[in-house]
Design a protein around this ligand. Structure first.
Ligand code: NAD
Length: 324
């Protein structure tokens, strides 16, 4: 369980793209804590300088400010790298509906540049962030790899395209690629601010500040909210996965299902506030329910998540209490 006992060759070097963001900065931290070297490549478009400053004094950490839309920068960043953890992308379904061209350039071309650079520089493993959004309107639960529906947003198209490109790089160029379909990740350092913020950090911040959060729709939507530690475990274990599992995408979640109204109530109770939510309209491109079958990742990556939603939400609340 977990990732504390994973072992890599002593001189291993990782590249985390999007390493100044929420998931990427947690990956950098975990790699440093395990004693390996990590290079972070980020254009700071949605990421934060403060997530770089946290590690900049560590001799095992290196930061390149740069854009994965630029192949030359990707080539420079992949020099001497064993494992790529490609997290750089813009998230948010609604924003992607407003900016389809940007999502194509950034999320698809950016990842394609990284695949090409990884291939040319002889990277051992290429692990990349995909998303549960690739299941689109498929209603059957739990979501299972191989049973995807119609895509509902440019963001989902970008993640699906990344998976298809990664498959080509495994098929034709022997690059071991592993796609991780994250399901609603939450935890420390997730940005609570802005119109496109994820619900958990946004609600915690608003409740701490005595503001009334807005729940989109009736709050009866459910998600497989996944604590960041489980995502770190999946990334590290994918780097150690056999080549026979390459060219595939895997659900990365806890395998549970939480309703938004219940989460809201849990947060209100945990924070000791008495604030009613505002109910707003449904969001375009959103699905009603989502939860994951994680058996494929368990079987082929040895993924064995040990952070339940309850354990994770407690840790997240504690972190925001101290850091907001
Ligand atoms: P985030 O916005 O906190 O991090 C993304 C990072 O990528 C940011 O630091 C940003 O500056 C950087 N970036 C974006 N475009 C870039 C570019 N062209 N060049 C270099 N850097 C660039 O988001 P996150 O939640 O940490 O997401 C990380 C990855 O996981 C993304 O690929 C996202 O689509 C995927 N994902 C996240 C979730 C979730 O619940 N957070 C769910 C599914 C998938």
């Amino acid at each position: 369980m977990g990732y504390q006992n994973v072992k890599f060759p002593e001189d291993s070097v990782f590249l985390v793209t999007g390493g100044a963001g929420f998931i990427g900065s947690n990956l950098c931290e975990a790699i440093l804590n395990l004693g390996y070297r990590v290079r972070c490549l980020d254009d700071l478009s949605t990421g934060k300088q403060e997530n770089v400053d946290l590690f900049i004094d560590n001799p095992n950490y290196e930061f390149i400010e740069g854009d994965i839309k630029n192949l030359e920068i990707c080539m420079e960043a992949c020099e001497g790298i064993d494992y790529v953890l490609n997290q750089a992308a813009w998230g948010s379904v609604p924003r992607s509906i407003e900016m389809p061209l940007f999502y194509c350039m950034n999320n698809i071309m950016g990842t394609l540049n990284m695949l090409e650079a990884a291939r040319q520089k002889g990277v051992k493993k290429f692990v990349y962030a995909s998303s549960s959004s690739v299941y689109g309107d498929e209603p059957v639960l739990p979501k299972k790899e191989g049973r995807e529906g119609n895509l509902l947003s440019p963001y989902a198209v970008s993640k699906r395209a990344d998976e298809e490109w990664a498959k080509q790089y495994t098929r034709h160029y022997d690059l071991d690629t592993y796609g991780l379909r994250y399901f609603n990740v939450f935890g420390r350092r997730q940005d609570p601010n802005g119109a496109y913020a994820a619900v958990i950090p946004k609600f915690i911040k608003q409740l701490i500040h005595g503001e009334r959060p807005t729940i989109n729709g009736d709050g009866q939507q459910s998600r497989d909210f996944t604590y960041i530690e489980n995502v770190i475990e999946a990334n590290l274990k994918a780097c150690l996965a056999p080549s026979s599992a390459a060219g595939e995408a895997f659900n990365i979640a806890y395998g549970g299902r939480e309703y938004l109204n219940d989460i809201y109530k849990g947060l209100v109770d945990a924070l000791g506030v008495d604030i009613e939510p505002i109910y707003g309209p449904d969001r375009a491109g959103d699905i009603k329910h989502s939860n994951a079958d994680i058996s494929k990742a368990k079987e082929l990556l040895g993924y064995d998540p040990d952070w339940t939603f309850e354990r994770g939400i407690k840790a997240a609340i504690d972190w925001y209490r101290e850091n907001l």
